[in-house]
Design a protein around this ligand. Structure first.
Ligand code: HEM
Length: 188
């Protein structure tokens, strides 16, 4: 997996936690604390998962709390600085999420990336199901990033992880640019 996912975790820990916390996380994951997490470089998937899991353990956070903090840091700070152009393409949460597959392709196409894929289906005007397609088992990262970008764009939404591959988003208000298509079947 590309170093950018881990680099963001490192920056978040260094920004918000005491000196030595990142080294403790690396030690718990069995990694070298001096490892340079170059965003465009590919790192071993198992090592990436070990580092993220060690992050939760050392910070004493549940996976959802860890990834929620991660997602906010990614959306508000890390990606804004590293990928400022992606913030110019959308002015609202729904269109940003709808463009994520394209965004992933564009960001990773030049350096041989293998990003996840998301399938979006509107269940009702205020309920969106997002299916996560990846063999890395990082749906928690996806949930955290979705919540981070909802916070960034000021969208009020709850994200329920229904399974290892499915997230259900419940919007406080139906978004005007949602793409719910009512069923042709008459209501019973
Ligand atoms: C709602 C927004 C987003 C979601 C849900 C999302 C989800 C994810 C997840 C879950 C991964 C981990 C890899 C995997 O599971 O297979 C990932 C990887 C990645 N994401 Fe995103 N992401 C989002 C936004 C962004 C943005 C804004 C950027 C950069 C501008 C970005 C760049 C990347 C890159 C470079 C990778 C590494 C892919 C690879 O290793 O080939 N993502 N993303």
């Amino acid at each position: 997996m590309k170093g950018t996912i881990l680099r963001c975790a490192q920056e978040m820990v260094v920004a918000h936690h005491p000196v030595g916390t990142w080294a403790a996380i690396c030690a718990a994951a069995g990694c070298d604390a001096d490892l340079k997490l170059v965003p465009q470089r590919t790192f071993d998937d198992a090592m990436a998962v070990s580092l993220l899991t060690a992050g939760m353990e050392v910070l004493e956070l549940s996976p959802s709390a860890f990834y929620e903090a991660y997602g906010k840091y990614f959306a508000h700070h890390y990606a804004r600085r590293l990928y400022p152009d992606v913030y110019e393409q959308s002015t609202d949460f729904v269109s940003f999420v709808a463009a994520v597959n394209h965004l992933h392709q564009r960001i990773t196409s030049e350096n041989d990336g293998r990003p996840p894929f998301f399938e979006l289906v509107w269940r009702s005007p205020a309920v969106l199901t997002i299916s996560y397609r990846s063999d890395r088992g990082l749906i928690g990262v996806a949930r955290g990033l979705i919540l981070g970008y909802a916070d960034y764009f000021g969208e009020e939404v709850e994200v329920d992880q229904a399974s290892e591959t499915r997230l259900d988003l419940y919007f406080a208000e139906p978004p005007t640019n949602g793409e719910f298509v009512p069923s042709a079947e008459p209501e019973p």
